[in-house]
Design a protein around this ligand. Structure first.
Ligand code: NDP
Length: 407
């Protein structure tokens, strides 16, 4: 049975729901805390976590009267203790403390730690059968099959929090899985949608960070500009909803009003719309299976006027095509795709490579990985973490030659 509930199994509205937010000080964390702040009568905060932002975490912990907080950086324990002095809030530090936060008995957990570090804590929440709102992409991109199997075995409920997947989750409630013919996820096209390839090649960091519609963290904003983010989302959709690559289409929709669509066998296409604001999909996950009051601006279609659509251009945005290649290759290739992209984005931020070289590094790493005979099935989280580490090393080793090569 799928861990993503494909029909809205309505249950009686529960009373107070206990929640934990992993990555509470980040962009998704901020949107989640904003929704919790608006409904104090519905939610009790069990645990909150951060990486290094002790001041932000302690402030949230006191405001929401959390029971436990954790920072990943072990050197910050005394600073955290001092910031919480007199509050009676328990705390911990280090990766183990983040996992401990996920293990605490919250009914609902937001998994919004950035990067591969989010995998173990999300698994800890999954293993105790919690409702897990999944924002972290790496859980699925690095270890999708294994993660979804483990969720199904533990009886966990995975609530897709990424806007496109949340849209598919909502649209899928209109039919049965065997009536689905394909899903369509939308892409804004990012800041370089209309740029010529030669200009994209030379784009600066400031230009890549100017997302036309969404306000997000730095890494995901750069991934949106390269359309690597859409590639990651294609991979996520595949694991969340057990879809083959051929069942997932991407359409460029610059207004970011339609987030995802499902086509059924009768050719009905069911779409989910909303203002581009992460608080809407998070509110859907937070209230599920009920609906709560949202915080995003209401959608005013008359004001928007026009919704447009374009086919993605794989020549100018090769990173999207590479995601399909990695998905088809399977056996850890999507983990390599993600790891190489993280190295490439960090190198671009450090001005070691041009924007256009991001996709070239990912492609070269994937090809070298496959040529070296490294494709192999993943059976545990440590397998995924080992592939992630090895692929990062390979990408870092390939970086100088990619940086030196002209496009
Ligand atoms: P941010 O960088 O804004 O926040 C990340 C959070 O994770 C912060 O709380 C950070 O703590 C914490 N963190 C970072 N590294 C570690 C670590 N090694 N161990 C433990 N905690 C850590 O990221 P976003 O909120 O933008 O994204 C979070 C996840 O959600 C990502 O996987 C992203 O791809 C995904 N996502 C984000 C969307 C968005 O709109 N932002 C949309 C859809 C998905 P600190 O503040 O101390 O650094």
């Amino acid at each position: 049975m799928s861990a993503v509930p494909l029909r809205n199994a309505k249950v009686a509205a529960s009373g107070l729901r206990s929640v934990s937010v992993l990555g509470a000080t980040g962009s998704i964390g901020d949107s989640t805390m904003d929704l919790l702040r608006a409904s104090p009568e519905r939610y009790q905060v069990e645990a909150l976590t951060a990486n290094t932002n002790v001041a932000g975490l302690a402030k949230l912990a006191k405001e929401f009267n959390a029971r436990f907080v954790a920072v990943a950086d072990p050197a910050r324990l005394s600073e955290l203790r001092a910031a919480l002095a007199g509050s009676g809030i328990a705390c911990g530090a280090g990766d183990g403390a983040i996992v401990e936060a996920a293990e605490r008995p919250a009914d609902w957990v937001m998994a919004a730690v950035a990067g591969a570090a989010g995998l173990k804590p999300a698994l800890a929440a999954v293993d105790r059968g919690a409702h897990v709102a999944l924002a972290n992409k790496e859980c699925l991109v690095c270890a999708g099959e294994f993660f979804m199997d483990r969720a199904a075995k533990a009886g966990a409920t995975i609530l897709p929090a990424d806007s496109e997947h949340n849209a598919l989750f909502q649209a899928l409630a209109s039919g049965n899985r065997d009536e689905l013919t394909k899903v369509i996820i939308t892409a804004s096209g990012g800041p370089f949608r209309t740029w010529a390839a030669a200009d994209i090649e030379q784009a600066t960091l400031a230009q890549a960070l100017k997302h036309p519609n969404w306000s997000m963290g730095q890494k995901i904003t750069i991934d949106s500009a390269s359309m690597m983010n859409k590639g990651l989302e294609v991979i996520e959709a595949s694991w969340l909803f057990a879809l083959s690559p051929d069942e997932i289409d991407v359409v460029v929709h610059p207004q970011s009003i339609i987030h995802g669509m499902v086509e059924f066998s009768d050719r009905s296409v069911v779409a989910q719309l909303g203002s581009p604001d992460m608080r809407t999909p998070i509110a859907h996950c937070l209230g599920w299976p009920d609906r709560i009051v949202g915080r995003a601006a209401p959608l005013d279609l008359a004001k928007i006027g026009t919704l447009t659509f374009e086919a993605p251009d794989y020549a100018r945005f090769p990173g999207l095509k590479l995601a399909y290649d990695a998905l088809r290759a399977g056996n850890g290739a999507t983990t390599v795709y993600n790891a190489a992209n993280e190295i490439a984005v960090a190198a671009f931020i450090a001005q070691r490579i041009r924007f256009g070289a991001i996709a070239r590094l990912v492609e070269e790493t994937l090809n070298s990985w496959i040529r070296a005979g490294n494709l192999a099935p993943l059976s545990c989280a440590d397998d995924a973490i080992a592939i992630d580490h090895n692929a990062r090393d390979m990408a870092a080793a390939l970086l100088p030659q990619i940086a030196a090569k002209a496009s």
